[in-house]
Design a protein around this ligand. Sequence first.
Ligand code: PLP
Length: 264
Amino acid sequence: MTSKVLPCVLTIAGSDSGGGAGIQADIKSFQERDVFGTSVITAVTAQNTTGVQGVFPLETKAIEQQLDSIGEDFKISALKTGMLFDVSTIALVVDAIKKFSWENLVVDPVMVSTTGHILLEHEAIETIKSQLLPLARIVTPNIPEAEHLTELKIDKDTDIIRASEKILSMGSHSVLIKGGHGRSEIAEDIYMDQTGSLIRLRSRRLETTNTHGTGCTYSAVLAAELAKGREMEEALMTAKRFIQAAIEHAIPLGHGHGPTYHAA
Ligand code: PLP
């Protein structure tokens, strides 16, 4: 019998009871991309397509023990962080990344839900910048998140380049600023890295409000592809295609912003 090599990927994020974002989106995406998904839950959210009804951060011990359980047993080939909520959780995650020498870190700097609920305390933004970004292979902010990280106002293409340079100066190896929140017909995501390479990923903007979980899914696919040893450019193209298809196939579930859905 030949045994298949199945890379293990870890998501450190919040649970979304509605199944569209957070841990649930990540695990579904890992499965779709043929890697084995493990998870460390930082907070439980009571949530559906209409919004976030409650946020319940887990106690420090619960997060720390999950990190140890994973680190002491699995060989993690890539990981992503999503909703980290507060400074103490970020500190635990940073310690675990160093302790277990985890590589291929994708940081999705989740801050506020589309419906306006706080998923990261304001003072924790500084901790992400100073502690987590120096460990990241890539950080994937949308435009509002890039504005919070850089304190720059982003309107034009040149603003995105300036913001990317500022984020790179925080120590991340690379940055992808996602243009999904813009208004133009083309949704353009811009990638830059420390070696000076710049990649523009373009897709047609789809007229839909069923985009819940888009950011989580995008970063989860990136982590899955990096875990398989794909080069960054190929991982980016796969993730962009995947997210476009997932928005296209989004099903209008619930009464609000339906979740993206990727049909195999
Ligand atoms: N809930 C959780 C637990 C998340 O991690 C995220 C991710 O960004 C969201 C909600 C936000 O989802 P969206 O803004 O795509 O609706």
